[in-house]
Ligand binder design. Structure first.
Ligand code: SAM
Length: 454
């Protein structure tokens, strides 16, 4: 079996790898790295990533440690005399048409451009992880975000070796998180029962896209993806049981699917009169099964809970994950200088606020001038190497800070505010447990082992 690059990407980037490109704070794009020696799409350098921060031939992104910062290159697009546009300075002879390729991670979609003469920015090349994939994946549906899936995977006891059933696959956010949770190394043979995700999706376009992604992330041995309406056809794979012990359902009507997860045929389930085959459960009969369903409406929860109980599931409970990221910052409301140094004790003093505003404006002007001198304009929303944003927060290397004598406690009271936008889809999570199969023989065997059994 192949080593899944998504789960074991090694120390350095190589051709064929999935990388996550960090363009600016909270701006990520997935990229499959290509090894190319010859010209591709008119680029003399071969495959090239075009961003609003400049052009990056893949050759500059290969064989570098994950996490590296890469500067933009002057690339030869080999298309002199083709499409041009005027830049802000009015010089139409030196500007690449980057507006046309903004946010585009694939070189194939890049329009013809004139050669870039100066590099203008940088990116970071990050190793793939479920968290970064969730941030950067092409959304086909609502997805399950990290705060939810980390909690869910913990509650359904997903660990190396676990076999998980998942439906619907949607955009594959949960699939990628769950395969990492259950991965316990490459299996030695096809029959080797190691951790695996059995994923089902009934929308054909989404199913095809998932198939492609599973293949290109070398996850084929660890994720089985089937095109299926699970309400009608259940969860068997080629007529066989996936032998799962954990289930996650992100479906509009999960109660229609849980009927297929029973250990025995549900009493009210119709059977084809010509079909006398035995009921095959998709669950491992020797293991406790854990389930989680993900539903945005309480009506869906009520129906799911009712059906889980009827089908013998126990320990049914519901949770809502309410994720909050707290932003911690200094807030200047009034003076923090001691009284004896002439501070105005009135926290809402207008004169002081105006003088502070003037000071900030002057610092900003000076800072912009320093940056312009360094030729770094045009990257205002890019981060500095230390992760800070130099435009908004001059850092320790900046001349402005050196001239400042203000202690951090003077810069305002430390306050914590919740982030305005929450990257978490608020849904209700229903959890339940199905005890293992227990037969007369099991009872007798257990009784025989009991010291006072005879
Ligand atoms: N959990 C996914 C993720 O993290 O990316 C998102 C799932 S999305 C909200 C729900 C998916 O369920 C859709 O892609 C939809 O096509 C699929 N679906 C709905 N009914 C289905 C059914 N009966 N059988 C299989 N898939 C179904």
């Amino acid at each position: 079996a192949t080593i899944p690059q998504f789960l074991e990407p090694g120390q350095r980037s190589k051709p064929g790898d999935l990388a996550v490109v960090l363009l600016a704070r909270d701006s990520y794009e997935p990229l499959i790295l290509e090894h190319s020696t010859g010209a591709v799409d008119g680029y003399a350098e071969g495959a090239t990533l075009n961003t609003r921060f400049g052009s990056f031939p893949h050759s500059t992104l290969l064989d570098i440690p994950w996490g590296s910062q890469v500067r933009a290159s002057a690339v030869d697009t080999g298309s002199r005399g083709r499409k041009r546009r005027r830049d802000d300075s009015g010089d139409d002879a030196s500007t690449p048409a980057l507006e046309d390729t903004e946010g585009t991670a694939t070189p194939t979609s890049a329009p013809a451009k004139k050669a870039v003469t100066a590099s203008s920015g940088f990116i970071h090349i990050l190793r793939p992880s479920p968290e970064l994939w969730t941030y950067s994946l092409p959304h086909r549906t609502q997805v399950v975000y990290t705060p939810d899936y980390s909690y869910i995977l913990n509650r359904i006891r997903a660990r190396p070796g676990t076999r998980i059933i998942e439906a619907g696959a949607g955009s594959g956010s949960f699939t990628h998180a769950s395969v990492r949770a259950v991965y316990n190394g490459a299996p030695k043979s096809d029959d080797d029962r190691k951790g695996k995700v059995f994923s089902f999706e009934f929308n054909e376009a989404r199913f095809r896209k998932m198939e492609e992604e599973v293949e290109s992330h070398s996850l084929k041995d660890f994720v089985s993806i089937k095109h299926r309406d699970v309400y009608k056809e259940g969860f068997l794979v080629d007529g066989k049981s996936p032998m799962a012990s954990a289930v996650f359902l992100d479906l509009p009507a999960p109660w229609k699917a849980i009927r297929h997860l029973s250990r025995r045929r549900p009493q009210d389930m119709e059977q084809d009169p010509n079909d006398d085959s035995e009921w095959v459960s998709p669950l491992d009969p020797r293991k406790t099964a854990m389930i989680c369903t993900f539903s945005p409406c309480i009506e869906q929860v009520i129906q799911t809970v009712s059906d889980l109980r009827k089908l013998g599931w126990v320990e049914v409970d519901m949770v809502e994950v309410s994720n909050r990221r707290l932003v911690s910052q200094r807030d200047r409301i009034g003076s923090y200088l001691p009284k004896e140094k002439g501070a105005n004790p009135n926290p809402a003093d207008v004169t002081e606020a105006l003088s502070k505003l003037r000071e900030v404006n002057q610092k900003t002007r000076e800072f912009t001038r320093i940056k312009a001198n360094r030729g770094e304009e045009g990257q205002n929303d890019q981060m500095d190497v230390d992760g800070s944003n130099s435009e908004r927060e001059p850092n320790a290397n900046n001349k402005l800070d050196e001239s400042s004598t203000e202690k951090s406690w003077m810069q305002g009271r430390l306050v914590h505010r919740p982030e305005a936008e929450l990257k978490s889809h608020t849904s209700y999570l229903v959890f339940a447990t199905l005890p293992p199969e227990w037969s007369e023989e099991d009872e007798a065997a257990a009784f025989a082992k009991w010291p006072c059994g005879n």
